[in-house]
Design a protein around this ligand. Structure first.
Ligand SMILES: [Fe+2]
Ligand SMILES: [Fe+2]
Length: 476
């Protein structure tokens, strides 16, 4: 009886709508937001108070319009005639939606932002993939509200939870949620105030501008032809030493640097190695290809190298070697692929540095804050920038994909490869696997795969060897 009486003014409106054959949105808003909501309503809208709610009837309105009118206010909306014909049914439907709004909205947005590449206006545009691949600002926002997010997570079942967790740093889950409960309405309000869509639009626009600026930097996208030939060689593990030497020897700088490296004290050969063919026979195809590729890529940087970029290049060389070592434990056997992805994983940072963009994580692995700041600055992170360059070089899709997802390995087509580089990155910076810096999905993958050889001592010993090998390459 109480409902009928209180909702009577809305019932009258509904009868009018019914007679005219139009629509009406019924909006339920928590009492504490009533004053704000009343300032947003039009003169023709009807408002009644029902217990702890304000209920509005919006004549001739659909859900999207009603939602836009009360932006930033938690609400549930039901629309006549599609959601119900009776005012009570519409009220309860809207109330139900308000109650579910808190968590479901967060989870849905999270899902949208990380799982799907948004379609931009221009679908055939290849650059969209790099502009819309991630939304680190949103992930940072989520993790900077740990209590709210953990509460949302407690309402999820195990399968829903597993994918959400995959996008959050592992350390995030090591502390339990606080006992204090936060209302769904407060969670929804927090989310609405963050203005997801507006921020996403700004990000997409900035990303487009950034790639437009980079698009015409000729020298950056002209991979020395020798590198392309080396990449082609890498696909053929049985290529003869003479054939490989023939290609490398076309480039005198490359040849002399390779010979310098293999004749350095590090390799400790008693006899002087005086031809590339001999180097290939002694060191093996993989080693020579990696060396040649690193030197060829570095040539692109020679003309444009601030000091911090040099540091990053050293980090990339170390990560490439660690990736190669770590790969087999993760089920990755292609040494060439591992090396190239490791070598190029932070290439985007080097490129950004050269153009004066913000770059985080030069001294340590990129945090969510770093990635988010890169995104705020240029619309994309260094992961997308590096993948974009790799695609422009026509490198294989496996490489582009791994570069794109090296900070969010769950997004990768080949998770093993992306996790390997993600973890190798942390080892290269810290000399050990610091789990607080590793993504949750990578931690899970690691615990499933790692063998006894991945002890802390083994990692430290391997690191030492790798760092001295890289020093030789850098010094020559
Ligand atoms: Fe990175
Ligand atoms: Fe890195």
């Amino acid at each position: 009886m109480e409902y009928t009486d209180t909702l009577a003014p809305l019932e009258i409106e509904l009868q009018k709508v019914n007679a005219l054959g139009g629509s009406m949105a019924v909006v339920v808003i928590p009492e504490r937001y009533a004053d704000k909501a009343l300032t947003c309503k039009r003169g023709v809208d009807t408002a009644v108070r029902m217990n702890e709610y304000l209920v509005l009837g919006l004549f001739g309105t659909q859900a999207d319009e009603a939602s836009a009118r009360f932006l930033s206010i938690p609400k549930g909306i039901a629309v006549y005639p599609q959601d119900g014909k009776e005012i009570q049914d519409l009220f309860f439907e809207a109330l139900e939606r308000l109650r579910f709004m808190g968590s479901s909205n967060w989870v849905k947005r999270l899902w949208d932002s990380i799982k799907e590449v948004k379609s931009l206006e221009c679908k055939e545009d290849q650059e969209s993939r790099f502009i819309a691949a991630t939304f680190y600002q949103f992930l940072l926002f989520l993790t900077s509200h740990p209590n709210e997010l953990k509460q949302v997570f407690t309402g999820l079942n195990a399968s829903e939870l597993s994918w959400v967790k995959d996008y959050i740093p592992y350390g995030f889950f090591s502390s339990p949620p606080t006992a204090q409960s936060i209302s769904d309405e407060d969670i929804a309000a927090l989310f609405n105030e963050w203005q997801y869509q507006e921020k996403m639009d700004v990000k997409l626009e900035k990303g487009k501008t950034t790639l437009r600026k980079f698009r015409n930097i000729e020298h950056l996208f002209t991979l020395p032809s020798i590198s392309q030939e080396i990449i082609d060689l890498a696909g053929d593990s049985l290529v003869a030493a003479s054939k490989m030497a023939g290609i490398i020897e076309k480039d005198p700088v490359l040849t002399s640097r390779i010979l310098k490296v293999v004749n350095s004290a590090f390799y400790g050969f008693r006899r002087q190695i005086d031809s590339v063919e001999q180097a290939v026979v002694i060191l093996g195809n993989d080693e020579v290809i990696n060396l040649a590729f690193s030197i060829a890529i570095h040539k692109i940087l020679d003309t444009i190298t601030p000091e911090r970029a040099e540091k990053l290049w050293e980090h990339c060389l170390v990560t490439a070697q660690i990736s190669q070592w770590l790969g087999p434990f993760m089920g990755c056997t292609s040494k060439q692929l591992l090396y190239t992805v490791g070598l190029l994983h932070d290439f985007g940072k080097i490129v950004f540095l050269q153009r004066g963009y913000f770059v985080g994580g030069v001294q340590g692995p990129s945090s969510l804050e770093d990635l988010s700041t890169e995104e705020t600055d240029s619309g994309i992170s260094h992961a997308e920038m590096g993948a974009y360059v790799a695609e422009r070089w026509n490198l294989p899709e496996a490489i582009v994909d791994a570069l794109l997802s090296h900070h969010l390995p769950s997004k990768a087509n080949d998770i093993g490869l992306a996790v390997t580089v993600h973890v190798a990155d942390v080892i290269a910076h810290c000399g050990r696997i610091d789990l607080s810096l590793v993504n949750s999905a990578a931690v899970r993958f690691l615990s499933e795969k790692k063998g006894p050889a991945l002890s802390q001592e083994k990692i430290a010993q391997t690191m030492e060897e790798i760092v001295s090998r890289v020093k030789v390459v850098l010094d020559t």
